[in-house]
Design a protein around this ligand. Structure first.
Ligand code: GLN
Ligand code: ZN
Length: 751
């Protein structure tokens, strides 16, 4: 074993892999946004940040957590922090000549002259990280200033911490550029320098996160991991190394890592229960501490402490030393359940947010040492009212018959008879701009200064205006504009049984942006129609078809905290049944086109290929359950965005929607080739206007996009629409852009 220059200390009994950094009241969001707007200066921002960091460390210490992480704070994103720590700042940002802080924010958000780094999903979570740009000539340089600063700040409070960094292998596997992973040996030397600097400062333990190894990795990638940690482990001047993994099973990377001489390895025993068997198979663990992720960091339920303690005891039988931890960073759950005073007490007693999960970890750590006698009693049984036997009976009666529509060729004829659409019909994806007035009306209703009737009146006026505008523009299939929806998942969560909303349950999505996912706690049921009044009101104002607009079962599930006491597939089917009833009611009310959005179809896709088909089968099954109860003459649309869909293209086909609108303008219609390759033969609306930018596309740009689409798809199956909803845009650019879109469709149609 290598000598360690930092104090050679044991890991301790309990830890967490990270803690929310946004603040209990989103203080960090307010501060960084104030800084961006020029309302506060860098010193004031830094002061707020230091206060938040100190608060977290004190909270963890006061909870009697043994091993406390640091450097988990971030102004924007921890992958970006790691890029800065290894000097991987692309030249295009260095050249701007900004301060260190402003260079950082330029990479995160872009500036006029330079687009930001790409933002993408952090493994299977709803957190998004900034993708490092690494090329053959990226010069890595050690810049441990932030980690050292946080360590020193905590020391000044009398708290010894364990700095956390993204590990070198994962960092490069997440990067983009010409073969970033080829730079691993170089980058490892930079990490070696950082570890040396940490050891100089007296750091005893460092945490390097390698979650990329819970996905499929090639033998070469696994060998590179082994090489890297063997090299870092062999350093004579370094802290002890804890390699953390999370979000799944480590597989072949586990024995590789155990062979490297790192002092501790972390395993997610919640998302990766198979890690336990793998650990047992690894043979005697000479001296390695196993950090057992027993408390779910990715969901809001209380831990079954007795079951977790039993798993901990199994690990203790295999390793010399065991510590208890969260399965992943607590970044993915809200801060404190104590802030939720309006929750049903029977639900609240089953929940644990970050603060409560720390207590669970501490209790489990003690149970490992002292036995389980001190653990609190198990929870009472689930209230009977949370179970809906009527829903379960209907689902089993429907079986697989409830997932099939008639022949598409017949459907297409019936629908066209009823809709009489022109070739290349034009439409939008659903939402129109959420104006300041709409938001003010919502706030007034929350504050009680606008009553429900007044609010509804305000929304109807907005719908009427949106319909008038679309008629004036000459669109073919209209939408009501979704003014009444704050959020496409929350809106349905508020109306369905089995869902609860929180008041303060914010979770960081990216940068300063936070979301408040609803909690699905019981069987899902629909007490009353959710969208019919809006759709029929809109339809009453026009003779053109208005689309009914629903969020799909998979997307609702992906953007909520799901229950863990039944398979996700069962919860998705319950959601689908409620949506099936909604489709039925829309149809009965005279709505001829219904769009069921599934932008999150890819989000729950398992990281390991072997698990993906099983997921896609139930996800597609749920969508079909939701949409297959309508007549042949009712046209079902779906909408997909936020990711590249090549990987799941056959699943998109299997959704069996009559029309699929899909984000395509940035990728230059690539998705059309993917669809053609699998013989997709139904309607498709590739986005011809990138709505993520406020820029109004030129007539030629839109017309070119339409022509490119016509070249790839027969015109009779092609729709013309934007990439996504328009809620984040302003009216001037929406009007101008839609005018061009309609004109471009007419021009191409005329040829
Ligand atoms: N119908 C939704 C909208 O237009 C779809 C949003 C989405 O795809 N994320 O806003
Ligand atoms: Zn979209």
């Amino acid at each position: 074993m290598s000598t360690t220059i930092g104090q050679n200390s044991s890991f301790g009994q309990s830890t967490v892999l990270g803690y929310p950094r946004i603040g209990a009241n989103r203080e960090l969001k307010q501060a960084v946004e104030a800084y961006w707007a020029g309302r506060i200066d860098a010193a004031a921002l830094e002061q707020t940040a230091a206060g938040l960091r100190a608060g977290v460390w004190q909270t963890l210490r006061d909870a009697r957590l043994d091993a406390i992480p640091s450097n988990t704070f971030s102004y924007y994103d921890h992958v970006l922090d790691t890029a800065v720590a290894v000097g991987a700042i692309p030249d295009r940002f260095r050249r701007l000549g900004l301060s260190e802080l402003d260079t950082y924010f330029a990479m995160a958000r872009g500036v006029d002259a330079e687009p930001a780094l790409e933002l993408t999903k952090w493994f299977a979570s709803n957190y998004h990280y900034l993708v490092p740009e690494i090329g053959p000539d990226t010069v890595f340089t050690a810049n441990p200033a932030k980690a050292l600063q946080e360590y020193a700040e905590a020391r000044a409070l009398g708290i010894t911490t364990r700095p956390v960094l993204v590990g070198p292998a994962t960092f490069l596997l997440l990067a983009k550029g010409a073969d970033p992973f080829a730079r691993l040996d170089d980058l490892t030397e930079t990490y070696a320098e950082i570890l040396g600097a940490l050891a100089d400062a007296g750091v005893a333990w460092v945490q390097l996160d390698e979650p990329a190894y819970v996905a499929d990795r090639t033998p070469a990638e696994i060998d590179a991991l082994r090489r890297t940690y063997a090299r870092l482990g062999a350093l004579t001047h370094r802290p002890q190394i804890f390699v953390a993994t999370y979000f799944g099973e480590l597989g072949d990377a586990l024995p590789a890592l155990l062979a490297t001489g790192v002092e501790a390895v972390g395993l997610d025993l919640v998302a990766g229960p198979g890690n336990l068997a793998r650990l047992a198979a690894a043979g005697p663990l000479r001296g390695t501490t196993i950090v057992a992720g027993l408390v779910d960091g990715h969901n809001v339920w209380r831990t079954d402490l007795r079951a977790a303690a039993a798993a901990g005891a199994t690990v203790a039988g295999l390793a010399d030393h065991v510590a208890v931890s969260t399965s992943c960073s607590l970044l993915h759950v809200p801060v404190d359940l104590a802030a939720e005073t309006a929750l049903d007490p029977q639900l609240a007693e089953r929940l644990a947010f970050a603060r409560q999960k720390v207590d669970e970890v501490v209790l489990l750590g003690r149970a490992l040492r002292d036995g389980t006698a001190q653990l609190p009693p198990p929870l009472p049984p689930v209230p009977a009212g949370w179970r809906r036997d009527d829903v379960r009976a209907r689902l089993s009666a429907l079986g697989s018959n409830g997932r099939r529509r008639g022949d598409y060729a017949v459907r297409a004829v019936r629908q066209q008879e009823r809709l009489t659409l022109p070739e290349l019909p034009t439409t939008t994806i659903g939402s129109f701009p959420q104006t300041a007035e709409l938001r003010a009306a919502r706030a007034a209703r929350r504050a009680g200064t606008l009553d429900d009737a007044g609010y509804a009146e305000r929304m109807r006026a907005e719908v009427a205006q949106v319909i008038r505008l679309q008629e004036e523009l000459g669109l073919d299939v209209l939408v009501h504009g979704e003014p009444e929806r704050n959020d496409m998942v929350q809106y349905f969560g508020e109306q369905l049984d089995g869902f609860a909303a929180t008041d303060h349950g914010w979770v960081q999505s990216y940068g300063s942006r936070c979301v408040r996912p609803p909690i699905i706690y019981g069987d899902v049921a629909r007490p009353a129609p959710m969208t019919v009044a809006w759709a029929t009101y809109a339809q009453s104002l026009t003779s053109k078809p208005v689309k009914g607009m629903l969020t799909g079962p998979v997307t609702i599930l992906a953007w909520s905290f799901a229950r863990t006491d039944q398979p996700l597939a069962d919860t998705a089917d319950q959601m689908a049944l409620a949506l099936r009833d909604e489709c039925h009611d829309l149809e009965a009310a005279g709505i001829r086109v219904i769009q069921v959005d599934e932008p999150a179809l890819r989000e729950l896709l398992p990281l390991r290929t072997a698990d993906q088909q099983g997921y896609l089968d139930w996800a597609v099954g749920a969508f079909r359950l939701a949409t297959s109860g309508v007549a042949d003459s009712t046209q079902i649309h779906t909408h997909l965005c936020y990711s590249e869909f090549g990987e799941v293209i056959t699943a998109i086909d299997a959704l069996d929607a009559d029309v699929t609108s899909i984000e395509a303008s940035r990728s230059k219609m690539e998705v059309l080739d993917d669809l053609a390759a699998i013989g997709y033969g139904r309607g498709v609306g590739p986005g011809v206007w990138d709505i993520h930018s406020p820029r109004v596309p030129s007539h030629d740009e839109v017309a070119d996009a339409v022509r490119r689409a016509v070249a790839a798809v027969p015109a009779r199956r092609l729709w013309v629409n934007p990439d996504c909803g328009l809620k984040t845009r302003g009216y001037p650019e929406v009007e101008a852009s839609l005018r061009r879109l309609v004109a471009a469709a007419a021009e191409v149609r005329g040829h």
